[in-house]
Ligand binder design. Structure first.
Ligand code: PEP
Length: 257
C-alpha cells in the first residue's frame, strides 16, 4: 500500500509572524501518530527559511509553491530551485491551476520546471485538472491526458517514481464544491493507467497521486479511502490547524485500514 501524502498549499497567505503561529498551532494539533503518512507544508517564499527552522524535529516537511527553471540570473522576481533547497525545501508545487490561469503557464513550461526540480533534488508536485466547461463538455479525460503526457515528457522512469501528481479539478478549487469520491477515483485511475502506458505498471503503482479541490475535514476520509487516491493537496483548510490536522488524521486512519 502506498503511504498517504498530505500537502498544504498556503498560497499568498501568512506573513512571518502568522507563519510562526500557524506552524506552532499545527504542531500542537498533530498530537497523534501519522502512521506512515507524509505531511508537507508549502508557505510563501519569504516564510520558507523560518518555517524550515520551526518544523525541525517535527514530522512536517517543507515545500515551495513555485520555482523558476534556472539556478540564477536575470529573472527579476523569480526564485530558483537552488534557493529553495538552501531554504530547506524538499518539494515544490509546479503547474498549479492558478499559475496556469493567471501566469499563462503551459504544459511545456511546467514539464521544464518538473525536470529541473528533479535534477536539483526537489520532488515536484505536478498539478493537472480540467475546468468546469471541460467537465461539462465531457472532455475531462482528454484534457487530463494531454496535461499528464505534456508535463511528464522526458522524465525517466527512476525519476517518475519520485514524482507526485495532484489531480485538481479547477471547478473544485476554493469553491467548496469537491469532486465526489467516485469522480476523483475515476480520474486518478485514468492517470495511473496513463503512467503505466508511458512507463510500466510497476512505476505506475509507485507514483503518488493526490486529490485537490475543497478537501475538508468532513470529506477527506471518503476521498482518501479510494484505491487510487494517495493523499491530498489542500488549500483553504490547511490554514486552519484543526481542519488540516483532521485531514491528516483521516489519511493516517485510511493507511491503517
Ligand atoms: C489548492 O489550492 O490546491 C486547493 C485545492 O485549494 P482548496 O483546498 O481551497 O480548494
Amino acid at each position: 500500500m502506498r503511504n498517504k501524502v498530505i500537502a498544504g498549499n498556503w498560497k499568498m497567505n501568512k506573513d512571518l509572524g502568522e507563519t510562526e503561529k500557524l506552524i506552532n498551532d499545527l504542531k500542537t494539533a498533530l498530537n497523534f501518530n501519522l502512521i506512515g503518512s507524509k505531511v508537507i507544508i508549502c508557505p510563501p517564499f519569504p516564510s520558507l527559511a523560518l518555517a524550515a527552522k520551526l518544523i525541525e524535529g517535527s514530522p512536517l516537511e517543507l515545500g515551495a509553491q513555485n520555482m523558476h527553471t534556472e539556478d540564477e540570473g536575470a529573472f527579476t522576481g523569480e526564485v530558483s530551485p537552488k534557493m529553495l533547497k538552501a531554504a530547506g525545501c524538499r518539494y515544490v508545487i509546479v503547474g498549479h491551476s492558478e499559475r496556469r490561469q493567471y501566469f499563462s503557464e503551459t504544459n511545456e513550461f511546467i514539464n521544464k520546471k518538473a525536470r529541473k526540480a528533479l535534477a536539483s533534488g526537489l520532488i515536484p508536485i505536478i498539478c493537472v485538472g480540467e475546468s468546469l466547461d471541460e467537465r461539462e463538455k465531457n472532455i475531462t479525460d482528454q484534457i487530463v491526458s494531454v496535461q499528464v503526457k505534456g508535463c511528464l515528457s522526458e522524465i525517466s522512469a527512476a525519476d517518475m517514481e519520485k514524482v507526485i501528481i495532484a489531480y485538481e479539478p479547477v471547478w473544485a478549487i476554493g469553491t467548496g464544491k469537491n469532486a465526489t469520491p467516485q469522480q476523483a477515483q475515476d480520474v486518478h485511475r485514468l492517470i495511473r493507467k496513463l503512467i503505466s502506458q508511458l512507463y510500466s505498471w510497476t512505476v505506475a503503482e509507485r507514483v503518488t497521486i493526490q486529490y485537490g479541490g475543497s478537501v475538508k475535514a468532513d470529506n477527506a476520509a471518503d476521498l482518501l479511502h479510494q484505491p487510487d487516491i494517495d493523499g491530498a493537496l489542500v488549500g483553504g483548510a490547511c490554514l486552519k490547524p484543526d481542519s488540516f490536522s483532521a485531514i491528516i488524521q483521516a489519511a493516517a486512519l485510511s493507511t491503517k485500514k
